[in-house]
Design a binder for this molecule. Structure first.
Ligand code: PMV
Length: 312
């Protein structure tokens, strides 16, 4: 048997995080600059599937009998094997990922996607993207409780999405390339905690928080139109408005606010946090001629990693 390899990109939410959990639309794009890659080879332990997560210095051994408190990745593999009617194959999966964990870039969804795709190739049990998407969503639920499904959708289909929970996938058009700078606070943050706190706020103050999520939904609809027009400055303005609402949902942080201010002071049209918040990444819509200046300023002001990407 030769080696089988598959990979999946990171993702970044541009508009609508948190409100998307309550039925509002959100916009997200793949971030191909960071990826998870899985390589499957014959294993050395009969009846066991071994996953070596190279950069996490972690090894999972999946045997016939499930362990108590199994790792989500092991759960994903068992679901795939059950779905395709297989027993545990003697294989070794080596996983490499350049997607930072717990920072809102879809690391969990990408790792699961890469592993299941590589296993489906190696075991010759084809998986459609639709089925894979459902499997990855089930695993996301173990991490996040009530995820909207946006992460797995962008990562599995690897295309920009205008996403509404429970609705068929829609993409959106981009009239002119839009430059985006993504900067990591270096603070890891568990999305399910932020989502849980927003849920508590929503239960305590349904009218006020409902108005905030409605306002975010309106921003997302305007952003879709601004993308169609290739209006980067309009998108920046919408990012600023979206960020104010995210602050009232209590999901920003001093580190995010600092990087957002740095980007805007150096000429970004506008910036906001991305994903669950409280840490993780911020994004800035930047005029093309100011991209290198904004990237340099973010690096000089404490960003743990800066990525420039173009949405087209
Ligand atoms: O932190 P991330 O990038 O996994 O994004 C979470 C996005 C939320 O809207 C906050 C939650 C969700 O399930 O959509």
């Amino acid at each position: 048997m030769t080696a089988f390899e598959a990979s999946a990109p990171g993702k970044i939410i541009l508009f609508g995080e948190h409100a998307v959990v309550y039925g509002q639309p959100a916009i997200a794009v793949p971030l191909p600059a960071v990826r998870a890659t899985a390589v499957v080879k014959p294993g050395t332990m009969t009846g066991s599937l071994v996953i070596v997560a190279a950069n996490l210095a972690r090894t999972l051994v999946i045997r016939h009998e499930p362990d108590r408190n199994e790792h989500a990745l092991a759960v994903a593999v068992r679901k795939f094997l059950a779905l395709t009617g297989q027993s545990i194959p003697s294989l070794q999966v080596t996983l490499h990922s350049t997607i930072p964990v717990a920072s809102g870039l879809g690391s969990g969804a990408a790792v699961t996607t890469a592993v299941l795709r590589a296993l489906s190739l190696a075991t010759q049990h084809p998986l459609t993207s639709e089925t894979l998407n459902e499997l990855v969503y089930e695993v996301e639920r173990l991490h996040h409780g009530t995820p909207s499904g946006i992460d797995n959708t962008v990562v599995v289909f690897e295309k920009p999405v205008y996403f509404v929970r429970g609705k068929p996938i829609e993409t959106f058009s981009v009239g002119q390339p839009v430059h985006l700078v993504v900067a990591d606070t270096g603070v890891s943050s568990a999305t399910h905690l932020a989502v849980g706190d927003v849920r508590k706020l929503h239960t305590a103050e349904p009218e006020r928080i409902g108005a905030v999520t409605d306002a975010i939904g309106e921003i997302v609809r305007e952003a879709r139109a601004a993308f169609a027009d290739g209006d980067a400055s309009g998108l920046g303005e919408l990012a600023r408005r979206n960020q104010v609402h995210l602050q009232s949902l209590t999901v920003s942080s001093p580190e995010l606010e600092h990087l957002i201010a740095v980007a805007e002071e150096h000429g970004a049209f506008g910036a906001k946090l991305s994903g669950g918040g409280r840490g993780g990444n911020m994004i800035a819509f930047v005029p093309p001629d100011l991209v290198s200046g904004v990237c340099g300023a973010l690096q000089a002001n404490g960003a743990a990693r800066v990525i420039h990407t173009t949405i087209s």
